[in-house]
Write a protein that binds this ligand. Structure first.
Ligand code: HEM
Length: 364
């Protein structure tokens, strides 16, 4: 292990390697003339984004390796939440940072845009690493867009470092945050029962049935109230309630079989006042926050681009703003959003069984 040389002073610049860092804004080799103040600004903004992407990846990797264990110690959940809170804050900062980019007027950008050639943020391999680590699947991308294939071609042509390509390939074949989250949710104790327990199937099925019954009963009550004040047609309202219950049933029992991870998620969201479930619920909520921040980041980028270049084609050859707008539809954690639709007021739900298991003597 390298040791600190006792006789040598460690300076601020030495610790941060400022000499290296501040020498990296001159543009690529042979970039003549040297970047104007506007172009330097453009380079620095991009570099700052890439530095933050690096930190986000480090935080996400820590969460994936923590949650990916088959037995996650309780103390690891608050730690995962802290990592994810940092990711969210960084993404929020990055959303705001587009404002700095917007101080570049469209004409000022056009003055050096042609020097960018075909280079584009589309080629940011850290952005792709981030998407893969969250769990964005190829088939979820805008049709016909293949950023990983593009990066493989760049790598083959010698335009991307081996280490970056290896890292990307490793991420492609490793579990994502979405994968490990579902594995962890699958093990949620439901009414005190865990996977592998003798009567687990029965306990989980009873919870699912109880929840669907509560949804039906609440829906019927809502319809009755609306009809009583002449608000809407009873058949249409009942149809809407039934569609909600059917969607919940399909979520909880796809193909007729209980989906234990989905049931575990619903259990966590329904009984957040049970002490043992407080941190799991925060974890779920923080992941929703990360996804929301990511969508805001994509949206803010698209608006900045529209302001800067209008509807013209991107330097990477995409449709530009139309393409970027389409990426704002990407959702990785669809279950975490979907479950909100099927929540029922807590006092209408069946009492959780074995509340003592969750550190609670009495629920209400
Ligand atoms: C004047 C400033 C900018 C303009 C006009 C711009 C424009 C665009 C356009 C048109 C695309 C679509 C791909 C293409 O055809 O090129 C794109 C993609 C992208 N840009 Fe920017 N961009 C700007 C600044 C930035 C900055 C500062 C970053 C920070 C890293 C960035 C990151 C990205 C990323 C990650 C993508 C890929 C999005 C995806 O495929 O989901 N852009 N940009």
């Amino acid at each position: 292990m390298a040791m600190v040389d006792e006789g040598k002073r460690l300076t601020y610049a030495g610790y941060l390697r400022l000499g290296d860092l501040l020498g990296l804004q001159a543009g690529p080799d042979g970039h003549v003339p040297a970047p104007s103040p506007d172009e330097q600004h453009f380079i620095i903004v991009h570099q700052a984004y890439e530095l933050w992407f690096k930190q986000i990846l480090t935080e996400l990797d820590a969460v994936v390796s923590g949650l990916g264990r088959s037995d996650v110690p309780e103390g690891d959940v608050p730690r995962a939440v802290r990592h994810l809170e940092r990711v969210s804050e960084i993404l929020r900062l990055l959303s705001a940072q587009w404002k700095v980019m917007e101080t570049l007027a469209p004409q000022e950008f056009l003055a050096f845009r042609d020097r960018l050639g075909t280079s584009s943020g589309f080629e940011s391999w850290q952005m792709r690493a981030l998407e893969l680590t969250l769990g964005l699947a190829d088939e979820q991308r805008v049709e016909g867009v293949d950023p990983i294939g593009h990066l493989r071609r760049l790598h083959q042509a010698g335009d991307m470092p081996d280490a970056a390509m290896d890292d990307l390939e490793r991420r492609l074949s490793s579990p994502s945050l979405h994968d490990v989250l579902l594995g962890w949710l699958q093990r949620t104790p439901i009414d005190g029962s865990s996977p592998g327990d003798d009567s687990d199937d029965t306990a989980v099925a009873a919870f699912v049935d109880g929840h669907l019954a509560a949804m039906r009963a609440h829906g019927a009550e809502v319809v009755k109230r609306m009809v009583a004040v002449g608000q809407g047609d009873p058949t249409a309202l009942s149809g809407r309630v039934q569609a909600g219950v059917d969607a919940a049933e399909a979520f909880l029992r796809p193909n007729g079989q209980v989906h234990r991870a989905h049931a575990g998620l619903l259990y966590i969201e329904s009984h957040r006042d049970l002490p043992l479930l407080a941190w799991p619920r925060r974890l779920v909520d923080t992941i929703v926050e990360v996804e929301q921040s990511m969508l805001a980041f994509r949206h803010a980028h698209a608006r900045m681009v529209e302001r800067m270049i209008g509807r013209r084609m991107g330097t990477g050859g995409s449709a530009g703003v139309d393409y970027l707008d389409a990426t704002t539809k990407y959702r990785v954690f669809t279950e975490l959003w979907a479950v909100r639709t099927m929540l029922v007021r807590e006092d209408l739900l069946p009492e959780p069984k074995d509340a003592a298991f969750y550190g609670f003597a009495e629920r209400r």
